[in-house]
Design a protein around this ligand. Structure first.
Ligand code: GDP
Ligand code: MG
Length: 304
C-alpha cells in the first residue's frame, strides 16, 4: 500500500481565473461562492480533500485574487492571499487558458507577476491552465504550455477545466507528489468555517448575481443571529454598503430587490443546511468601509 501523504496547498492566481470553481470541483461540492465578477472571494477558505486511494489529504486554501491592488479593499485582499502562501507546502497557480498576452504572447504578464510572488515564497508550483473548454483550437494550448515550461521552473503543468470537471484528478496527483508523508485532519473534516460564514457568503453571492457594477464591491454581509429552532433555522443578517445610494439600489422599489435577494439566498442556504430557513436581511450604510483598511479587514475576514 502507498504511504499516506498530506499537506497544505494555496490556490492562487489573478481574479476570475476560476480558483473558487476549482476548489469546489476538487472537493466535489460547493464550498466557495463563485461568480462571473472579479473580486468575489474576500477571505481565505480552507477545504480539505481526503481520499484513501492512495491515502492523500490536501488542505486547499482558496484565496482572493493576487493582482496589483487599485483600492484599499484590494490591498486588504492581496494581503490576505499573500498570507496563505507562507503556510503552504505547495502552490496551485491557476491561469485562464483563453487569455493572451500583448502581441499574442502565450504568457500573460499579470500571470507571470503572480508566479513571481509565489516563487519568492520558495514553494513548489503546479500550474493549472484552466478553462480549456473555452479554447476552440486545442493545438494553441501547446505553445502556451511550452512557453511556461521553458521560462519557469514548475513542478507540473496541467491543462484542465474546473467548470466541466476535466483533468481535475490530475491536479490532485501532481500535488500529492509535492506534500510530505503524514495525515493532517480526521477523514471527515472538510472546513474550519462555521455554517453562519457560509450563510453570509450565500447572501453575498445572491447580491452579486442581482446587482451590477460597483455595488458588489461595496457589500459585506454579517450574520447577527443564527438560531436552530425545532422546525427551521432562523438567520438575521446585515448587509453593509459603503454609500447611501447603494442602500437604495439593494432595497429597490417597494423593497422588491431585497426580497428577490433574500429568497434566492434562502434557497441556497436551505440546500446547504438541508433544512428550512427563515432569513431576514437588513441593509446598513457603513460610510466608506471599503476605503478604511481596518474596517475592510473586519468586514471581509470576520464575516459570517
Ligand atoms: N468556461 C469556463 N469557465 C470557468 C471555468 N472555471 C471557472 N469558470 C468561470 O469563471 C468565473 C470566475 O470563477 P471563480 O471561480 O469565481 O474565479 P476566482 O475569482 O478565480 O475564484 C465564473 O463565472 C466561473 O463559472 C472553466 O473551467 N471553464
Ligand atoms: Mg474566488
Amino acid at each position: 500500500m502507498a504511504e499516506a501523504r498530506a499537506g497544505r496547498v494555496a490556490i492562487v492566481g489573478r481574479p476570475n481565473v476560476g480558483k473558487s470553481t476549482l476548489l469546489n470541483a476538487l472537493l466535489g461540492q460547493k464550498l466557495a461562492i463563485t461568480t462571473e465578477r472579479p473580486g468575489t472571494t474576500r477571505s481565505c477558505l480552507l477545504g480539505v480533500y481526503t481520499t484513501d486511494d492512495p491515502p492523500t489529504q490536501l488542505a486547499f486554501v482558496d484565496t482572493p485574487g493576487l493582482e496589483r491592488p487599485r483600492s484599499v479593499l484590494g490591498r486588504v485582499l492581496v494581503e490576505e492571499a499573500q498570507g496563505s502562501l507562507e503556510d503552504a507546502d505547495a502552490v496551485l497557480l491557476v491561469i485562464d487558458a483563453s487569455h493572451r498576452g500583448p502581441g499574442g504572447d502565450p504568457i500573460v504578464p499579470e500571470d507571470e507577476q503572480v508566479l513571481e510572488r509565489v516563487v519568492a515564497a520558495g514553494k513548489p508550483v503546479v500550474l493549472a491552465l484552466n478553462k480549456v473548454d473555452k479554447v476552440k483550437d486545442k493545438t494553441s494550448l501547446l505553445p502556451r504550455l511550452e512557453a511556461w515550461a521553458t521560462r519557469h521552473d514548475l513542478a507540473a503543468l496541467v491543462p484542465m477545466s474546473a467548470l466541466k470537471n476535466k483533468n481535475v484528478e490530475a491536479v490532485v496527483q501532481e500535488l500529492r507528489a509535492l506534500v510530505p508523508e503524514g495525515v493532517l485532519y480526521d477523514a471527515d473534516f472538510l472546513t474550519d468555517r462555521p455554517e453562519r460564514f457560509f450563510a453570509a457568503e450565500l447572501v453575498r453571492e445572491a447580491i452579486i448575481h442581482h446587482t451590477r457594477q460597483e455595488v458588489p464591491h461595496s457589500v459585506a454581509v454579517q450574520v447577527d443571529q443564527f438560531v436552530d429552532e425545532d422546525a427551521l433555522t432562523r438567520i438575521v443578517a446585515t448587509i453593509h454598503v459603503d454609500r447611501a445610494s447603494h442602500k437604495g439600489i439593494l432595497i429597490g422599489a417597494g423593497g422588491e430587490m431585497l426580497k428577490s435577494i433574500g429568497s434566492a439566498a434562502r434557497v441556497e442556504i436551505e440546500e446547504l443546511l438541508q433544512r428550512k430557513v427563515f432569513l431576514k436581511l437588513w441593509v446598513k450604510v457603513d460610510e466608506d468601509w471599503t476605503r478604511d483598511a481596518n474596517r475592510a479587514r473586519q468586514l471581509t475576514r470576520d464575516s459570517g
